[in-house]
Design a protein around this ligand. Structure first.
Ligand code: ZN
Length: 273
């Protein structure tokens, strides 16, 4: 820790106005979802949306993996960091949460205003007609089209985030859009894609009403977060960082706390009463 009483320095930022909060993968690691950018983790190539769209075999592997890993995903729960942010919102200390995470855990923890900058992995949309369904609905259609795939893949290797590697998928039938027959995809902003303008505008409006910007569990490796930090700097409001490991905001941060978000945010709630 760089400050003798970093929590007190954090509390000061809440003195005049609500604080805007941006969360990243580090917030969800205590829920068992790995942060592939954090130190000490194995770098992994994120899903290529171009391959997903161009290659039917890639989509077969994706949906078979999603089906086999779905039981694991449903066991993932919000942690103390998510709960602390929901309590800060209920107490009027923050106006909501902006998140780079696609795991939906903020809403499940009770946060009401959540700007999901990179979308939500439990929502599936049609790339042609734009209709949306839940992931579970689409997995139900998958089961009807592919009886026995789950049982056959009981030996599949499942990653901590539920991404499963299923062996032979050559006979897997990928569910098409039930409205237009188009390709269905996760409603997630993948690497190389841009945040929808309306979503970014919602984040900016949270930031515009805030007296400070708190970055929790993000190394700011993603462009969206950097843009929001620059916006905070242009507005002249202080930036605070809670993270394990270095971040792109460290040199600019008024408060910098090295540590886990579950512990620090819980301590913050206690201090703010
Ligand atoms: Zn469609």
């Amino acid at each position: 820790m760089t400050d003798s009483d970093p929590i007190a320095a954090l509390v000061e930022l809440f003195a005049d106005a609500p604080v805007a909060v941006l969360t990243g993968a580090g917030l969800s690691t205590d829920s068992g979802i790995p942060d592939y950018r954090g130190k000490g983790t194995v770098p992994r190539t994120p899903m290529s949306i171009r391959d997903f769209m161009d290659d039917s075999g890639y989509r077969q592997r994706f949906w078979a993996g999603a089906r086999v890993g779905s039981a694991h995903i449903s066991g993932i729960k919000p942690n103390a960091g998510h709960a602390a942010l929901a309590r800060l919102e209920a107490a009027g200390r923050i106006d909501g949460v902006m998140t780079q995470n696609v795991d939906g855990l903020h809403r499940r923890a009770g946060s009401r205003t959540v700007v999901e900058l990179h979308g939500n992995g439990s929502v599936i949309r049609c790339t042609d007609c734009g209709n949306r369904w839940t992931r579970n609905e689409v997995l139900g259609w998958f089961d009807t089209l592919n009886p026995g795939v789950v049982e056959r893949s009981s030996e599949a290797e499942i990653a901590p985030d539920g991404d499963a590697r299923v062996g032979d998928v050559s006979d897997v039938i990928v569910p098409p859009c039930p409205v237009c027959g188009g390709i269905l995809r996760p409603d997630v902003v993948y690497f190389g894609e841009t945040v929808p303008p309306g979503v970014f505008a919602a984040a900016e409006s949270l930031l515009n009403g805030a007296g400070a910007l708190l970055l929790a569990g993000t190394s700011l490796a993603v462009n969206t977060g950097v843009r929001l930090m620059h916006r905070a700097e242009r507005r002249g409001i202080p930036v605070a960082v809670i993270n394990r490991g270095p971040t792109a905001a460290d040199a600019r941060a008024a408060v910098r706390i090295e540590g886990g978000t579950s512990e620090i945010l819980t301590a913050l709630v206690t201090e703010l009463g």
